[in-house]
Write a protein that binds this ligand. Structure first.
Ligand code: FES
Length: 546
């Protein structure tokens, strides 16, 4: 394999890689602003310039210095090159570029949302000068609303043009441009146009400084207080890899995690901002049972034990139907189906309604927004089919409710971000015994006999199967709201009450093992893509209590 040397370290590379890509692949830092792996290379910021020596074939392949510094992001690696990022010339350039970028920068880190995850801050510390020689008045640029979700703080922009290239190359919507020349250059939207495409939030992540900001996250939290939990999109069938960023049980933002096989570097705005229902005031927090007064928070234990025993009493010796929502994890589906089939070996199992909005939309950059607005329809179906027997979909379930041989008692699960029960479905339930395990208010909450509040996907761990059949595990980011439980835990508790034994705690890894052994679904041991470990954003400044 060809190799180059970077600061004395031999680094193998593949044809077509730039010096910067080789360095990053070998965990060697070369500062860079304008380069991004998902965008074209413009080599405009000049911070990545390196000193290169290369064999000269016209001089017996002797190593010769290339007279000018070269941009590492744009220069292809070639066998035998010797690269210095720490030579006096390279370091001199890094310091000059940093000094130039900071000339008009307001250095307002204490009030900037990007502080703590800012490349300008990091590189100023690692490659910049200790002080500024600039004594003149700084140029001021405006703050501007670019669209419904993104704010521009023009002062902080370093003109890397990543955001402009994103709208041209990835979304193909071209709302952004560079206006002006020289010191008056600025990022702007074209006249009469707003940055309002379905992927617009990605420019916030792309911005290496604090120029493009998320209106929703503005001044909400210092980033070093956030814990990042690797997760999977819980709203659509895309299976996008995401990080849930949270602090003290509150989710503050969702960001993409790079996965070149699924979502590349991006997520859609609906995934980025569609999670707000998890902190909705109207969410159910405590069980309710028909004929009982509602319970106060301090009576949560009584509420749960009454709800579980009433459910078991209502399901016992009856023909059961269970509707398992495609919003649930495979592990939830397995525990619910197992519980139902143990109480009634002929129980009807069904995949809940799968919401669709329009058609799949693929952008020029290759990212696809899925029309299917449920994360796990395939996974739930896969699990239910492994149980064999009577398995159907939501329409088949509704038909079964109308037939004489249909279930006498039903367990319904929801977990959709909004109301999901149609009028015809509610009517088809008739006067049979209904247990509802759900998250948000819907028309069945006053009709059902027992209601149990469920946890959302960020409050539990599990596995989703995306539209391409890829099984991906996700971790719990925050504790379930108040007295909510995961659907899997509720199923475990119900079965324990039914069998008169102590309930186990739900564990996703153990469940996948049981799914493999008891139900022959070996893929849950062998094919599930596991997330990386949870991380906290570390500040390099000591946090001082005042
Ligand atoms: Fe190479 Fe900007 S990263 S010039």
């Amino acid at each position: 394999m060809p190799q180059i040397s970077i600061n004395g370290h031999p680094c193998e590379f593949e044809d077509g890689q730039s010096i910067l890509e080789v360095a990053l692949a070998h965990e060697t830092e070369i500062p860079h602003y304008c380069w991004h792996p998902g965008l074209s290379v413009v080599a405009s910021c000049r911070i990545c310039l390196v000193e290169v020596w290369a064999p000269n074939p016209r001089n017996d392949n002797k190593l010769e210095a290339i007279p000018k510094l070269l941009p590492a992001c744009q220069t292809p690696a070639s066998d035998g090159q010797v690269v210095h990022t720490d030579s006096p010339k390279a370091v001199g350039n890094q310091r000059s570029v940093m000094e130039y970028l900071l000339i008009n920068h307001p250095v307002d880190c204490p009030v900037c949302d990007q502080a703590g995850e800012c490349s300008l801050q990091d590189y100023a510390y690692r490659y910049g000068r200790a002080g500024s020689r600039f004594e003149e008045e700084k140029l001021k640029q405006s703050k501007k609303d670019l669209g419904p979700d993104v704010l521009l703080y023009g002062d902080r922009c370093i003109m890397c043009s990543r955001c402009v290239r994103f709208t041209r190359e990835v979304t193909g919507t071209s709302e952004l441009m560079v206006s002006g020349r020289g010191a008056s250059e600025a990022i702007d939207v074209f006249p009469g146009v707003a940055l309002d495409n379905e992927l617009s939030g990605n420019v916030i992540d792309l911005c290496p400084v604090g120029a493009l900001l998320d209106k929703d996250f503005l001044f909400q939290q210092r980033v070093w207080y956030l814990t990042r939990t690797p997760s999977i999109d819980g709203l659509t069938s895309a299976g996008d890899n995401i990080s849930v960023e949270h602090n003290h049980g509150t989710v503050f933002r969702i960001k993409p995690r790079t996965n070149l096989e699924v979502n590349q570097w991006w997520i859609s705005d609906e995934i980025r901002w569609g999670w707000k229902f998890i902190h909705d005031e109207s969410r159910h927090r405590i069980p309710a049972v028909r004929g009982h007064e509602s319970w106060a928070p301090e009576e949560a234990d009584v509420a749960w034990s009454t709800a579980l025993s009433s459910t078991v009493a209502g399901l016992k010796d009856r023909h059961i139907g269970v509707l398992i929502s495609p919003m649930l994890a495979c592990e939830d589906a397995w525990h619910l189906a197992r519980m139902a089939r143990q109480m009634d070996p002929d129980a009807l199992l069904a995949v809940g309604p799968v919401p669709f909005e329009g058609e799949d939309k693929t952008f020029p950059g290759g990212y696809t927004i899925r029309a299917e607005k449920a994360p796990n329809a395939r996974g739930v179906r896969r699990v239910l089919e492994a149980f064999g027997g009577r398995v159907t979909d939501a329409a088949g379930f509704e038909v079964a409710l109308s037939s004489e041989s249909g279930p006498e008692a039903v367990v319904l699960t929801g977990n959709y971000p909004s109301a999901w029960v149609t009028e015809s479905f509610a009517e088809a339930l008739g006067d049979r015994f209904v247990v509802l395990i759900d998250t948000m208010p819907n028309r069945l909450e006053t009709r059902c006999d027992v209601f149990m509040p469920a946890a959302t996907w960020v409050e539990k761990s599990g596995t989703f199967e995306n539209v391409d059949g890829r099984l991906q595990a996700f971790e719990r980011a925050i504790e379930p709201l108040d007295y909510c439980k995961s659907d899997a835990q509720i199923a475990i508790d119900l079965l324990a009450v039914h069998d008169g034994v102590q309930a186990d705690w739900f564990n996703a890894a153990m469940t996948r093992q049981a799914m493999s052994i008891e139900s022959g679904m070996k893929e849950f041991l062998e094919e599930v893509h596991m997330p990386e470990a949870q991380t906290t954003v570390e500040s390099d400044m000591e946090v001082v209590e005042l």
